[in-house]
Design a protein around this ligand. Structure first.
Ligand SMILES: NC(=O)c1ccc[n+]([C@@H]2O[C@H](COP(=O)([O-])OP(=O)(O)OC[C@H]3O[C@@H](n4cnc5c(N)ncnc54)[C@H](O)[C@@H]3O)[C@@H](O)[C@H]2O)c1
Length: 256
C-alpha cells in the first residue's frame, strides 16, 4: 500500500513542472489525480501516460466557475476529493515603480486569487467526504525573504502564506479534518526556470551559477524533490502538521 492509497487529488498546474512531478508521485504512491491546467492537451497527454487513475480538466485558476467545474469533475470521476494541490503559478519581473500594473494584476490573480478560489470550491466537498483531507499550497523561498525585482511575486506568495495559515486555523477550530500547509521551493529545474535560463537575460551558464549561488547547497533543485514534500504533507503521514512552511530550497530562505 502506498502512502496515497485512497486519496484523490486535484492539482492545479498539473500539466508540467512541479505539478506534473507531484501527479506522477501521487500515482506511484497509489492515489488518483485530476490534472487541472490551461494547457489541456499537455495535461491530457500526461493523464493518458499515467493510466486510469489520472484524468485532466481544463482549468484557468482565475476562473471561479472553472474551479467549481474542476472539483465536480474530480468527484464525478473518482468519487470524492481529499487533496488539493495549488501549484499553478507565474513569475514575472518588475519592481513597484518600473513593473507594469498588468504584471501585478496577473500575478495576484493567478498566484493568490487562484488558490483562494480553489480552496473555496474544494473545502465544502472535502469536508463532506468525512475523510482526512489536505491542502498543499506552493509558495516560494521568496515568500519568506522577498526579492527586490519581483514585487508582485513576493507579495502573492507571502499572501498565500497568510491564506494557508488562516485555513489551517479555521479547520482546526471547527474540528474539520482538513490540514493546510505550504511548500516553499527554491529555484527548481522546470519549464518556468528554463524560460528564464534561456531568455537571453544572461548566458544560461551564468544564470544557472547565479541561481545556484543563492542556495547554500549551491545547486538548483529538481521537481521530484519538491513533489516528495508535497506528497508527504498531502498524506496521512503528516497527520499532526497544519499551517506549516516546509522549505525545499537548499537552505535558500535561511541564508545570511
Ligand atoms: N520553478 C521554480 O524555480 C519555482 C521556485 C519557487 C516556486 N515555484 C512555484 O512552483 C509552482 C510551479 O512552478 P513550475 O516551475 O512548475 O512552473 P511551470 O511554469 O513549469 O508550470 C506551471 C504550470 O501551471 C500552469 N498554469 C499557469 N497559469 C495557469 C492558470 N492561470 N491556470 C491553470 N494553470 C496554469 C501552466 O500551464 C503549467 O502547466 C508555481 O506556483 C511557482 O511559483 C517555482
Amino acid at each position: 500500500m502506498g502512502k496515497m492509497t485512497g486519496k484523490v487529488a486535484l492539482i492545479s498546474g498539473g500539466a508540467e513542472g512541479i505539478g506534473a512531478a507531484t501527479a506522477k508521485l501521487i500515482i506511484a504512491e497509489g492515489g488518483s489525480v485530476m490534472l487541472g491546467d490551461l494547457q489541456i492537451d499537455k495535461a491530457n497527454g500526461l493523464a493518458a501516460q499515467l493510466g486510469t487513475q489520472a484524468a485532466a480538466v481544463l482549468l484557468d485558476v482565475r476562473d471561479r466557475d472553472a474551479w467549481e467545474a474542476a472539483v465536480a469533475a474530480t468527484v464525478e470521476r473518482f468519487g470524492k476529493l481529499t487533496v488539493l494541490c495549488n501549484i499553478a503559478g507565474i513569475s514575472e519581473p518588475g519592481n513597484v515603480v518600473d513593473g507594469t500594473l498588468d504584471v501585478w494584476e496577473r500575478t495576484i490573480d493567478i498566484n493568490l486569487n487562484g488558490p483562494y478560489y480553489g480552496c473555496r470550491a474544494a473545502l465544502p466537498v472535502m469536508e463532506a467526504s468525512g475523510e482526512p483531507c489536505s491542502i498543499v499550497n506552493i509558495g516560494s523561498m521568496i515568500a519568506l525573504r522577498a526579492a527586490a525585482f519581483v514585487a508582485a511575486y513576493s507579495a502573492s506568495k507571502a499572501g498565500l502564506v497568510g491564506l494557508t495559515r488562516s485555513i489551517a486555523l479555521d479547520c482546526a477550530a471547527r474540528g474539520v479534518p482538513v490540514r493546510a500547509n505550504m511548500v516553499h521551493p527554491g529555484a527548481i529545474r522546470t519549464p518556468m526556470y528554463d524560460r528564464y535560463k534561456y531568455s537571453g537575460a544572461d548566458t544560461p551558464e551564468n544564470i544557472e551559477s547565479n541561481f545556484a549561488a543563492t542556495h547554500p547547497m549551491n545547486r538548483i533543485g529538481e521537481p521530484e524533490e519538491v513533489a516528495r514534500a508535497v506528497v508527504f504533507l498531502a498524506s496521512d503521514e503528516a497527520s499532526f502538521t497544519t499551517g506549516c512552511d516546509f522549505t525545499v530550497d537548499g537552505g535558500g530562505s535561511i541564508r545570511s
